[in-house]
Design a protein around this ligand. Structure first.
Ligand code: TPP
Ligand code: MG
Length: 339
């Protein structure tokens, strides 16, 4: 498992270790999801499955810039962010298999990873819901006088939800320690950003609330890292939220059942040419941050970790039947359930 952080504490320093950390982490996220996609095809994994492939630089740049005890909350495209935040590949794959050893005991599946220990607050299927929840987590930290920062992430498809405006308004009013991130990958399911609004520059939305708002190159972990580090500094100083529109791209469809007829091969190829794993590796090589043997060792380590997590998931038990009645919200005296 890649370390969940390159530097011991929040830092704007980018060095050889940071690059090697990014490379290993992004490779793990990519290989994990490629395998998940394959296993979905084999019906080992069922239900919904949304892949993050192509967007790994966003996860990498965030993780090297935040502290281990900072919070993350995101939407349904959550495998990569959960693993990057520290949920093991084993627990992540077992969750996809619906096994008891999964991060949500096999009861959440692809869209609902959760780990209190790693301060990963889901995995949410209601588009935009996590914007308000993220604001609430940041409120709790401010109320409890901690200096933690919350990263609240959503897709471009959530950027037009009313909850964004209500949350941005209160987050600025109360100077909450939160970084809102819109991962703009150009499409919400099959609908392009430009078909849904005349304001395609999503970062502008924060300006209506005087929130410091920026567009960031999401294919470059270094650009993401600096933007997040700056947002963390602002939040920990007590100056409140930041809004980042991180421009990225997903190579796969919205979900496994997306025929992707809304985009061209040429458009996809443009992004494949600036693939963050390839560009990071090229930088490692040109700066002589690692020898070929060291790079091979990282590749092997990642391959083994993914092979091992599949074996772990295959060999794990299904949840017991009585798990059906645990961890659920139920009103005992609900009139139609009890007489
Ligand atoms: C409140 C709500 N409305 C609609 C949906 C159906 N839905 C699921 S994903 C999605 C689009 C989300 O956009 P984005 O995050 O940009 O999608 P992606 O990049 O993953 O395609 C919609 C409309 C939902 N899950 N929740
Ligand atoms: Mg999108």
């Amino acid at each position: 498992m890649a370390k969940s952080k390159a530097n011991a504490k929040e830092s704007t320093i980018i060095n050889k270790e940071t690059y090697l950390y990014w490379y290993e982490l992004m490779l793990l996220l990519r290989r994990f999801e490629e395998r998940a996609g394959m296993l979905y095809g084999l019906q080992k994994i069922r239900g919904f499955c949304h892949l993050y492939i192509g967007q790994e630089a966003v996860a990498a740049g965030i993780m090297s810039a935040i502290r281990k005890d900072d919070n993350i909350i995101t939407g349904y495209k959550d495998h990569a962010l959960a693993i990057a935040k520290g949920i093991s590949a084993n627990a992540a794959m077992a969750e996809l298999y619906g096994k008891a050893t999964g991060s949500t005991k096999g009861k959440g599946g692809s869209m609902h990873y959760f780990s209190k220990e790693h301060r990963f607050f889901g995995g949410h299927g209601i588009v935009g819901g996590q914007i308000g929840l993220g604001g609430g987590i940041a409120f709790a930290d401010k109320y409890n006088n901690t200096d933690r920062v919350t990263i609240s992430m959503f897709g471009d498809g959530a950027a037009r939800q009313g909850i964004l405006h209500e949350t941005f308004n209160l987050a600025m009013l109360w100077k909450l320690p939160v970084i809102f991130i819109c991962e703009n990958n150009g499409y919400a399911m099959g609908t392009s950003v430009k078909r849904t609004s005349n304001v395609v520059d999503i970062a502008q939305l924060g300006k209506a609330y005087d929130m410091p708002s920026f567009s960031v190159d999401g294919m470059d972990p270094e650009a993401v890292h600096h933007a997040i580090a700056e947002g963390c500094e602002r939040a920990r100083r007590g100056d409140g939220p930041t809004f980042l529109e991180i421009e990225t791209y997903r190579y796969k469809g919205h979900s496994m059942s997306d025929p992707q007829k809304y985009r061209t091969k040429e458009e996809l190829n443009q992004y494949l040419n600036i693939d963050p794993i390839e560009t990071t590796l090229a930088k490692i090589k040109s700066n002589k941050f690692a020898t070929e043997a060291q790079i091979d060792a990282i590749n092997e380590k990642v391959k083994k970790e993914v092979d091992d997590c599949v074996e772990f998931a295959e060999n794990s038990p299904l949840p017991d039947n009585d798990e059906l009645y645990k961890d659920i919200y139920v009103q005992q005296d609900y009139p139609f359930l009890v007489d």
